[in-house]
Design a protein around this ligand. Structure first.
Ligand code: FAD
Length: 457
């Protein structure tokens, strides 16, 4: 175990965390219990939804489930992300079909697409107030290489007979692409169904429901190590004492190496930056855009944004100021600081890109950092840890957790509770010996360096 991978103190404040209240430091009891049946590490999207589905199965006494959280409630990536529930329906198709075959690639695409309905159902069933909006994503490609990659991935995806949601994607060129996207000089745009929401509110609502059912939560209790005992149980060491459990569920995403050394170098913490942009004049309503966006420039350079129902915008990216400086973002867990020039990147951002915002007084009132858990082969690791019975991992969402976590959490809960005998997730997400031993870390190669040859804006 390495303390170098633990979440740091004093993280930057995200816009989403303006919803924080006294619940953020919740502890079910002043002292830690000495034993629990099940310990879940991490109170983000993964740990919380996993526990929600585990409780639904009614197989375990709720009060014997203990969640341990290193910092305040849901203070990791889930509280710092772009709020963008956007399945990748085409952009990775050629890469995935070359590696996993047409069926394997389709499994991933269909699974991500299924999150739209699953999320809507969850939010409506539980009556969760989290500004959820179902809309269309609009991908804008501004560099010839990105345009070519988008078109050829789209063409290859629509030929895949196993992709069931292909008709949801529409491609537009030329003037129509500019008018639909509202981005001048956009030669192509692709639109498809996506959603956006307030992730912190979603997770806190579910956590409170879990607690009402009896689950125990201990915040500001980092797990320092776990040891398998001779009887097969696990000894979990924290800064506040030790606990013994039968089942261990690790939902620590970018920080997984802090509790599970086997994942050092397999799930790598990557620092990212996000912002909140709104009107700087309280009397003026923003020119609201209905789509969400992915904007690609050259190489790995790109931004993503959602248009919130209150008219404000969340933009993530600034990658041209991040990726050239490996020591500032790669293998970094420090979300207490920004990265040079990223704050300024969001000044006048909407005016510079969307012609409907031209001349509108805008301000980036929140800019924050967060830690993404990139995996060596870009896919999450979900399932039982090889050689460690009853120890499970649900992590490595590669900066793209919104359309991946929920149904992985549900499938893992059904496996752990005994409801299902197998994990109903894309095969490529499962933990296998081959994946653990033979995957070459492709993170830096896939990120490349955003070239200076960025599109004129
Ligand atoms: C800046 C940024 C922008 C993003 N934008 C998007 C987006 O728009 N769309 C999208 O799909 N995805 C996005 N992501 C990725 C997405 O947020 C994640 O994939 C998702 O939130 C992962 O959820 P999680 O619960 O696995 O991780 P987290 O939310 O990070 O939760 C893990 C929890 O474990 C706790 N923990 C860690 N180590 C320990 C320990 N040793 N002991 C106890 N507790 C511990 C942490 O404190 C944390 O609360 C973004 C991420 C970032 C950082």
């Amino acid at each position: 175990m390495s303390s170098r991978y633990l979440p740091v103190e004093n993280p930057t404040k995200s816009f989403w965390l303006t919803a924080e209240d006294e619940f953020s430091t919740y502890r079910s009891s002043s002292k830690l219990p000495r034993e629990a049946d099940t310990i879940v590490i991490g109170s983000g999207y993964a740990g919380t939804t996993f526990t929600y589905y585990l409780l639904k199965e009614n197989k375990i006494n709720p009060s014997s489930i203990l969640m341990l959280e290193a910092r305040n409630v849901c203070s990791g990536a889930t509280a710092r992300n772009g709020g963008h529930l956007k399945p990748d329906l085409y952009y990775s198709h050629k890469k995935f079909s070359a590696k996993y075959g047409a069926k394997g690639a389709a499994e991933i695409i269909n699974f991500e697409h299924a999150h739209l309905e699953a999320m809507k159902e969850l939010i409506e069933t539980e009556e969760i107030d989290c500004d959820f909006v179902l809309t269309r994503a609009c991908d804008v490609h501004l560099h010839p290489k990105s345009v070519n990659a988008a078109v050829s991935n789209y063409k290859s995806m629509i030929k895949n007979p196993y992709v069931t949601c292909k008709k949801d994607v529409q491609i537009k060129f030329g003037e129509q692409a500019e008018i639909i996207s509202k981005v001048e000089g956009s030669p192509v745009c692709l639109t498809y169904t996506a959603g956006h929401l307030w992730p912190y509110k979603l997770i806190v609502s579910i956590l409170k429901k879990n607690i009402e059912k009896g689950m125990q939560l201990q915040t500001n209790t980092p797990v320092l190590s776990t040891t398998k005992l001779t009887d097969g149980r696990y000894l979990v060491k924290t800064n506040r004492g030790e606990i013994i459990c039968n089942n261990l569920d690790i939902a620590t995403n970018a920080y997984t190496a802090s509790v599970e050394p086997k994942f050092e170098g397999k799930i790598v913490p990557i620092k990212g930056i996000c912002s909140h942009i709104t009107s700087s004049d309280p009397n003026k309503k923003t020119p609201h855009l209905t789509n969400t966006y992915g904007i690609r420039y050259a190489g790995a350079d790109g931004d993503y944004l959602i248009n919130r129902p209150d008219g404000s915008v969340i933009v993530g990216g600034a990658k041209r100021h991040i990726f050239p400086f490996k020591q500032l973002f790669y293998d970094v867990v420090d979300d207490s600081t920004l990265i040079p020039n990223t704050k300024e990147y969001f000044d006048n951002y909407m005016n510079d890109r969307f012609y409907t915002w031209k001349g509108f007084p805008e301000v980036a009132d929140y800019v924050w950092s967060g830690i993404l858990g990139y995996s060596d082969d870009s896919l999450p690791y979900v399932g039982e840890v090889i050689g460690d019975k009853n120890k499970f991992i649900l992590a490595g969402f590669h900066g793209h957790g919104m359309p991946r976590v929920l149904l992985c959490a549900k499938a893992l809960a059904q496996l752990v509770s005994g409801k299902k005998k197998w994990l109903e997730i894309p095969s490529a997400f499962k933990i296998t010996e081959d994946r653990m031993e033979n995957t070459k870390n492709g993170i830096l190669i896939s990120l490349g360096t955003p070239s200076n040859d960025v599109a004129k804006l």
